[in-house]
Design a protein around this ligand. Structure first.
Ligand code: IPD
Ligand code: CA
Ligand code: CA
Ligand code: CA
Length: 284
């Protein structure tokens, strides 16, 4: 069983390793990279995604041989759904925002979450380009480069700046209709929307109050593991759009400064989805 001191040591070691991996990240961002498509032509990976994941997993495994690892590229290679166990587990996105990385759009980062007994216990989000490192340990607050951060104070949707990313827009006509309905509803109900192309960066921005909230669908555990803990530790709420409880292994995420704002968005989404489904039924 890991205690508080162990967790602090795990995260301190991971922070040092992340800074080293950040140097590789910067070389790749500025230089040539090999770009390949995975299962779809829009789902890209570079040699740097693989290199950084390898450096992180090898470094952590050498120091903590009995820990478990769930990495995006490793998971894609074995084509198996990752399963969370009670062991300390590092959930790694070596480059979140690969398309931004390829296009030299500087909203991209390394994201590392740590679960212990299936609970989020530590998180690191590092953008090597701006040298911003967001960190959290469960129960100990959230920090940007060592300074405490808090989510925004906005409780009304009409005053909120919201990040939206809709992965399911690419899929069936049913999910397209749902997404377009949500987009229309949120644009009209809020002060403004953004789409920055990195789920982890967006969660970090919610944590420091630069965004009031975000809504994203069909994410993967490595997109959100670190960010969810950092938002919670910065005083924010994280809800699931569908389930009662947020599920790290199947995240449909709303993260916000507070439960009032998160609930307001969740209700808007549920009501909008109902309207969209009714419209679809009357069309058929
Ligand atoms: C993607 C980014 C993006 C989100 C996608 C993710 P990747 O991660 O987080 O913002 O909308 O759903 O897949 O592939 O760049 O690590
Ligand atoms: Ca990817
Ligand atoms: Ca990602
Ligand atoms: Ca990635």
């Amino acid at each position: 069983m890991s205690n508080e001191i162990d967790i602090r040591n795990y995260i301190e070691f991971a922070k040092e390793l992340t800074l080293k991996a950040g140097e590789i990240f910067k070389c790749g961002f500025e230089g040539q990279k090999i770009v390949e498509a995975k299962e779809h032509e829009w789902d890209l990976v570079t040699d740097y995604d693989k290199k950084i994941e390898k450096v992180l997993i090898t470094g952590l495994k050498t120091k903590f041989p009995d820990h478990e690892f769930i990495g995006e590229e490793d998971t894609a290679a074995v084509k198996k759904e990752p399963v969370l166990t009670d062991k300390p587990t590092w959930i790694i996105d070596p480059i979140d925002g690969t398309l931004n990385f390829i296009n030299s759009f500087p909203q991209t980062c390394i994201s590392i979450g740590l679960t212990i007994c299936k609970e989020l216990s530590g998180g690191i989000i590092y953008n090597p380009l701006s040298d911003e490192m967001y960190t959290a340990i469960k129960g100990q607050g959230a920090f940007l480069n060592g300074k405490p951060i808090r989510t925004s104070c906005v409780t009304e949707l009409k005053k909120a700046l919201i990040e939206l990313e809709f992965f399911s827009l690419r899929f069936s006509s049913k999910s397209r209709d749902l997404v377009l309905g949500r987009l229309d509803a949120i644009v009209h109900a809020s002060r403004g929307i953004r789409h920055i192309g990195s789920a982890a960066m967006a969660l970090a921005y919610v944590a420091k109050g630069a965004l009031d909230s975000l809504h994203m669908d069909r994410l993967q555990p490595w997109d959100v593991a670190a960010g969810v803990l950092i938002v919670r530790e910065a005083g924010g709420a994280v809800l699931d759009t569908k389930e009662e409880q947020f599920n790290l292994m199947k995240p449909n995420t709303i993260a916000a400064a507070n439960c009032t704002l998160a609930m307001e968005i969740k209700e808007l989404i549920i009501n909008t989805d109902l309207k969209t489904m009714r419209k679809r039924l009357t069309r058929t």
